[in-house]
Design a protein around this ligand. Structure first.
Ligand code: C2E
Ligand code: MG
Ligand code: MG
Ligand code: MG
Length: 285
């Protein structure tokens, strides 16, 4: 009957919309399975001090290996996870994995790598007592709050109902730092920069992309960096792909860079091999 309706003139759902609805239903089912079966993995992308090349931070980025489809990008499944509330469970898993990795690097190799995790606005809403569980986990793993960092987006800060202020204060008390992700996009409001105590401002890659060729992008980046520094924040440029971009950002006083110029997001084992093993050898001497 639905098919027949699809052919009459009262049809509001085009075939492509029906296809999409079917696809989405399937994705939700698969995502539930994936949460149960732990089909996720974290990859780590180094965050590099622009002046020295030193790697002391990394961003954890989730990867989903779908049994039939292969890798599904986060841009495709994170929004669905947010809509269905599955993001809460996924987010807990991400935080726990990242904290365990930070502890493994610290206790196993003697290196402190601060791992950033992305936190969706929805996670703040449904959090409840969860924050305490997270902080307890850090204690159990014998790492300080400085071992992890939470990346939030500006959209989150708009919604006063989520008790964001209190939650960010609780992080601060535990020594967990906070980054403002994708700065300059979406519902940016400078008011939030004075309202919340934020440690790192991440310049969105749409500003970094042409920073070496477009004078306006360069001016905007410079202004963002000056403002952030005056407000006591450090700046991380996202999507740094070329040496020319790195040079311009460095000259503009940018503290850190993250992007394909340095490395793609890679599995923990590879990260250890490429960035940490030689350091641990040095510290062994
Ligand atoms: P994001 O937090 O802004 O992460 C940066 C994205 O830029 C990542 O995409 C990363 O792979 C990509 N990237 C890094 N360097 C470069 C570069 O030089 N050039 C270009 N073109 N891209 C670069 P990814 O891993 O596909 O993640 C996309 C988004 O999905 C993230 O954006 C974040 O918003 C979300 N996401 C990823 N993992 C998680 C997670 O564990 N939890 C939540 N809530 N969201 C996540
Ligand atoms: Mg991020
Ligand atoms: Mg970003
Ligand atoms: Mg601060």
């Amino acid at each position: 009957a639905a098919k027949e309706q699809g052919r009459n003139r009262f049809n509001y759902f085009t075939p492509s919309m029906q296809e999409y609805a079917k696809y989405r239903m399937r994705l939700i089912q698969d995502l539930r399975q994936a949460v149960t079966n732990k089909e996720f993995e974290l990859h780590y992308q180094p965050i590099v001090a622009l002046a020295t090349g030193e790697v002391t931070k990394a961003e954890a980025l989730i990867r989903w290996h779908h049994c039939e489809r292969g890798a599904v990008p986060p841009s495709e499944f994170i929004p669905v996870a947010e809509d269905t509330g599955l993001i809460v469970e996924i987010g807990n898993w991400v935080f726990e994995q990242a904290a365990r990795q930070s502890a493994a690097w610290r206790h196993g190799l003697g290196v402190d790598i601060q791992i950033s995790v992305n936190k969706s606005p929805i996670q703040f809403r449904d959090e409840g007592t969860l924050l305490n569980d997270w902080l307890k986990l850090l204690q159990e793993l014998n790492i300080t709050g400085a071992g992890v960092c939470v990346e939030i987006t500006e959209g989150l800060l708009l919604d006063a109902s989520m008790g964001v202020t209190e939650k960010l204060l609780a992080y601060r008390d535990a020594g967990v730092q906070v980054s403002l992700d994708d700065f300059g996009t979406g519902y940016s409001s400078l008011a939030y920069l004075k309202k919340f105590d934020i440690d790192y401002l991440k310049i969105d890659q749409s500003f970094t992309r042409n920073v070496d060729t477009d004078k306006n992008d360069q001016i905007l980046c410079e202004a963002i960096i000056v403002m952030a520094h005056k407000l006591g924040m450090k700046v991380i440029a996202e999507g740094v792909e070329t040496e020319a971009q790195r040079q311009v950002l460095l000259a503009a006083g940018c503290d850190y860079g993250q992007g394909y110029l340095f490395s793609r997001p890679i599995p923990a084992s590879e990260f250890t091999q490429q960035y940490l093993q030689c350091r641990s050898l040095i510290s062994d001497l």
